[in-house]
Design a protein around this ligand. Structure first.
Ligand SMILES: Cc1ncc(COP(=O)(O)O)c(C=O)c1O
Length: 410
């Protein structure tokens, strides 16, 4: 047990204050986490948890990685914020590195995933209007997709449960079944300006696109002169064992949205685009006060540099992804009464479809000292930090087995 300066009643008081003063937007676990190191976090009681969710696929290098902490400390002592009316060293360095290591020619920085999607939608519409005239504005997205909570990102999200109560949605979005190329071909009409897809649907339940499907979508977009936007907010920055998931599928988009793992735990979003599309933005057409600020950019730069160092981390993701997948296969066999199918996903973005209520399993896992999240319809999601080792996976499987045993017995 880790010692902290808090008492048990401090945690209870904090939980009560959250309920009283914060809006009721999250079904929070009854735990306040106060400290993290590598694969582990501690609550105010000093109880330790093994983290296989990484703040929902965010803490790519684990908690408080020394390189990220030092970069933040140094930058915090130098300069916190100046606005995008000036050149910002760490932002330019980050943009240079992302462009050099991707298909893109230009980067735009914002503060979250949903903002990166807003920027993608605006860029696609503006480029299409500039190039083809005012009638091409429609974005085709997939059923089961998740692109964020702001109004345009929500309008592009193909899950009714997230949109319910917030209508009317924005005009100009159309949905097709995921992995169905005929439906996509039929949907692309004279008003289409872009196709927006996650290479692996994350929040929707870890559904992996077929390689041929994405390749055919690419061909279709080329033929119809429609932009292809990938939402790599969850799949990007090493999560699949490649810096970007598009490399895994060998399909290059025109525009790509990033966030989550990019900042190593600090909020930052990014839009990458080929020069042709990027040229649609000019001074005044899009912006954000905090986007790519010195502090967030310094954290992201340290994170990205570490991930790219000698390919050590990316090959770890590939090896540990296989190890985790095999462990989950055995678990699925041993708990066949609770687990619906074998795991699916890529690298360290894996989902285990359950026959039981996923929230019950994550609650039991928490009690067993393990952090996990759910996705889609009762899919248990595994998104550990990319630094995870075999011993962590073994320990996670032990803790999850005891959690599943308790759920099965209840
Ligand atoms: C694929 C995808 N797109 C967009 C978002 C929205 O990102 P954010 O929560 O940073 O706004 C998420 C978040 O879960 C996501 O997984």
């Amino acid at each position: 047990m880790e010692t902290t300066s808090h008492t048990a009643s401090d945690q209870e008081r904090l939980i009560e204050a959250s309920a009283q003063y914060l809006m009721n937007t999250y079904a929070r676990h009854p735990v306040a986490l106060v400290k993290g190191r590598g694969m582990r976090v501690w609550d105010m009681h000093g109880t330790e948890y093994l983290d296989f969710m990484s703040g929902i696929a965010v803490n790519a290098l684990g908690h408080c990685h020394p390189k990220v902490v030092v970069a933040l400390q140094k930058q915090a002592q130098r300069l916190l914020h100046v606005s995008n009316l000036f050149h910002i060293g760490p932002q330019t360095e980050l943009g240079t590195l992302l462009v050099q290591r991707s298909f893109a020619d230009k980067a735009f920085f914002c503060n979250s995933g949903t903002e990166a999607i807003e920027a993608a939608i605006k860029l696609a519409r503006k480029y299409s209007k500039d190039t083809y005239g005012p009638d091409r504005y429609e974005i085709v997205a997939a059923h089961g997709s998740f692109h964020g909570r702001t109004m345009a990102a929500l309008s592009a999200t193909g899950q009714e449960k997230h949109r319910k109560g917030f209508g009317p949605m924005l005009q100009g979005f159309r949905f097709v079944p995921f992995n169905d190329i005929s439906a996509m071909e039929e949907a692309l009409g004279p008003h289409t300006c872009a196709v927006l897809l996650e290479p692996i649907q994350g929040e929707g339940g870890i559904h992996v696109a077929d390689v041929t499907y994405l390749q055919q979508v690419r061909e279709l977009c080329d033929r119809k002169e429609v932009l292809l936007i990938f939402d790599e907010i969850q799949t990007g920055i090493g999560r699949t064992g490649h810096l970007f998931a598009y490399e895994l599928f060998n399909v290059i988009p025109d525009i790509m949205a990033l966030a989550k793992g990019l900042g190593g735990g600090v909020a930052i979003g990014c839009l990458l685009a080929k020069a042709r599309a990027a040229s649609a933005f000019s001074p005044g057409s899009h912006g954000t006060t905090f986007g790519g600020n010195p502090l967030a950019s310094a954290a992201a730069l340290a994170t990205l540099r570490h991930i790219l160092e000698d390919d050590i981390l990316l090959s770890n993701v590939r090896r540990m992804g296989e190890y985790l997948r095999n462990g989950l296969k055995s678990l699925a066999y041993n708990f066949a009464h609770l687990v619906a199918t074998e795991p699916r996903g890529a690298g360290l973005l894996l989902g285990l479809p359950l026959k039981t209520d996923c929230a019950k399993v994550t609650r039991a896992a928490l009690e067993a000292g393990l952090l996990l999240t759910c996705a889609g319809d009762n899919v248990l999601r595994f998104t550990p930090p990319l630094i995870v080792e075999e011993a962590d996976i073994d320990e996670m499987l032990d803790r999850l087995s005891s959690a599943l045993t308790r759920v099965g017995a209840a």
